[in-house]
Every structure is written in C-alpha cells, then in structure tokens.
Design a protein around this ligand. Structure first.
Ligand code: SF4
Length: 82
C-alpha cells in the first residue's frame, strides 16, 4: 500500500482517485453566488498546504476534504486560519 502524503492536496497526489472527481464536481455544482473565486480558493489551499492539520487532503480538525471546504465562499477554517 502506498504511503499517504503528509501534506498533499488530493489534486496533487500522484494517483488521483474518484475522490478528486467528486471534489471537482462538488465545486462546479456550487451556485456561483456561493462559490469562492479562484483566487480565494487558491489562497485558502495555500494556507492548508502549510498547515500541520492537513493529512492527505483531509483537515484533521474538521474531517473535511479541504478542497471541498475551501470551495464555498462562506466556509471557514475551523481554527480561523482563513
Ligand atoms: S482548514 Fe484550517 S485547520 Fe484545516 S487544514 Fe486548512 S488551514 Fe489547517
């Protein structure tokens, strides 16, 4: 079994899984008024990538895939990093 990446986002993993398709679809399905802009989304993910609580695309504080959590404009980091 491949070792899990400590800090990678799902999209950065060498073997993209169905989860990545789910992430993309979920973001695309958000109403435009609720969808974070590309800039906001990338800024949030940059913070997550530097965070010790990120493990294999999942936030260990809330259990979410950060690429989904960050997609919603109104979402917040559980420890207020963004
Ligand atoms: S959502 Fe917050 S706590 Fe979770 S990985 Fe991102 S920055 Fe860290």
């Amino acid at each position: 079994m491949a070792e899990k990446c400590k800090i990678c986002l799902i999209r950065d993993m060498a073997e993209k899984t169905d989860i990545y398709e789910y992430v993309k679809k979920t973001r695309a399905m958000l109403p435009e008024a609720e969808r974070a802009s590309d800039e906001l989304y990338e800024n949030r993910l940059d913070v997550c990538k530097e965070c010790d609580s990120l493990l294999a695309g999942t936030c260990q504080k809330c259990g979410c895939y950060v690429e989904i959590r960050a997609a919603s404009k109104s979402a917040k980091c559980p420890i207020k990093k963004w």
